[in-house]
Design a protein around this ligand. Structure first.
Ligand code: GLU
Length: 474
């Protein structure tokens, strides 16, 4: 352990330190600040699965940070370094995230200490089903009390196994599909959930760049177009954020950092091609659309306009914060900047769009999926054709009045009724925009008192959670 690691607090302590910094600005009755901060409970399970001729033991967690609103919500992570401290930190971030995004949930998180790449699909299915049964037994997976979702190392496939396991156990639960979100479409999933977190990062940046006075603090000029982006981690979140920003906003992704190294291209990388290469080769090395750099971490410190850490917690820490050159960081991952690094970056004037808002798109669309499951009908199913018929009538009336035919290309775009994906994106965009305006309002009002965007997001979350507790009479 070197000096900076020794000085760095644990992930949970880091989140706590950020919370304490913010709670000073909120007027709460005695004891409530502490009540909100602490993690309510963490369940640890050790279970065995007979694999490869012997009994293998796994350790899993489901932590519930706050349950002022139920169900509680948050993903399940599969990673070799998962431990109680990490799961509790992530559960706390979920509580604050749900409050900031105005999704009616408490915060939770789960984790399984496993390297998913070390096991076959069949083995992972057995392990997941066993882990799920342990959690189902204790109502730690249940549509009314605790609803997991994908996180690092898990995705639609794992959610499909979990919902199936729940159905087998609770055969008479008519709301079984709502026991987990991020499911495949054919099992009750919603259009746009896979892209949601990355899409949310894009919407957050678009919203930020709409506010000239906020952008001015970064020293950047103009809009999102042409801004040079560096993305760390091309997993689900990083991939979608990089893809949408480069393809739809003309913001070139000039470097991507991965496990085996990084690739750079000052003109912008083709994200689709890079993803294909990554899938086929297992790393970024050998990608022809950019040059390879072995020391990926050094690129966190490279010249760029927007830095997007989209993988692990703690990657920007006391060891590198001082050398970060990006004027704007958007936290697509949970907790990528440690409390110590946060202080250094604040002092340098770097603007950080914090995780609990920046990656809130995932849980927002999870909320839409859960509502869809409870209402047992897909969004748009009743009104889409009726909407189209109304638009057709309007066009015919216009044609009759003007005596001119409506241009064919325009007609198609205009007539098309909204489907589930359109509605999900519209709901997500609206949520990202209004959450930003609520946070930024606090930020602007208290900037002179040293409040940054992260602290403003915490303040908003604490105010809302405090209000719920007070209305409950607690
Ligand atoms: N794991 C995601 C997160 O950290 C999504 C959680 C959810 O959809 O419940 O926000």
């Amino acid at each position: 352990m070197d000096a900076h690691q020794a000085a760095e607090p644990s992930f949970r302590d880091s989140v706590d330190a950020m919370y304490r910094r913010a709670v000073k600005y909120v007027d709460l009755p005695p004891g409530l600040a502490e009540k909100i901060r602490v993690c309510n409970s963490t369940y640890t399970v050790r279970f065995g699965v007979r694999l490869r001729g012997e009994m293998q033991t796994f350790v899993g967690y489901r932590s519930v940070h706050k349950e002022h609103l139920e169900p509680v919500k948050g993903g399940i992570r599969y990673a070799p370094n998962v431990d109680q401290d990490e799961v509790e930190a992530l559960a706390a971030l979920m509580t604050y995230k749900c409050a900031v995004m105005e999704v009616p949930y408490g915060g939770s998180k789960g984790g399984l200490c496993i390297d998913p790449r070390a096991w076959t699909e069949e083995e992972l299915e057995r392990i997941t089903r066993r882990f799920a049964s342990e959690l189902i037994k204790r109502d730690l997976i249940n549509p009314a009390t605790n609803v997991p979702a994908p996180d690092m190392g898990t995705g639609e496939r794992e959610m499909a196994w979990i919902v199936d396991q729940y159905r087998r156990t609770r055969t008479d639960d008519i709301n079984a599909a709502a026991c987990v979100t991020g499911k495949p479409r054919n099992l009750g999933g919603i259009a746009g959930r896979v892209e949601a977190t990355g899409r949310g990062v894009q919407y957050a940046l678009r919203e930020f760049f709409r506010h000239k006075q906020d952008v001015a603090l970064t020293g950047l000029k103009g809009g999102l177009k042409g801004k040079r982006v560096i993305v760390q981690g091309l997993g689900n979140v990083g991939y979608h954020a990089a893809k949408f920003l480069s393809e739809e906003d003309d913001a070139p992704v000039v470097a991507v950092l991965e496990r085996d190294g990084a690739v750079i291209n000052p003109k912008g990388l083709n994200i689709e091609d890079l993803k294909e290469h990554l899938k086929a080769a297992g790393g970024v090395k050998g990608f022809e659309g950019g040059s390879y750099v072995a020391d990926a971490a050094s690129l966190l410190e490279a010249e760029c306009d927007i830095l997007i850490p989209a993988a692990m917690e703690g990657v920007i820490n006391l060891s590198n914060a001082e050398r970060i050159k990006a004027p704007l960081i958007i936290e697509a991952a949970n907790g990528p900047v440690t409390a110590g690094a946060d202080r250094i970056l604040r002092e340098k004037g770097v603007v950080i769009i914090p995780d609990m808002y920046a990656n809130g798109g995932g849980v927002t669309v999870s909320y839409f999926e859960w509502v869809k499951n409870l209402q047992h009908i897909r969004f748009g199913r009743m009104q889409r054709r009726q909407e189209e018929a109304r638009h057709e009538k309007l066009i015919s009336a216009l044609e009759e009045m003007t005596g001119k035919p409506f241009p064919v290309e325009m007609r198609e775009a205009f007539v098309k009724g909204t489907d589930e994906l359109d509605l999900v994106r519209s709901g997500l965009d609206d949520t990202m925009r209004s959450a930003y305006s609520n946070i930024a309002e606090i930020w602007r009002a208290k900037r002179d008192e040293g409040v940054d965007l992260r602290t403003a997001a915490f303040i908003l979350a604490i105010q809302r959670i405090g209000l719920s507790y007070r209305s409950l009479g607690l």
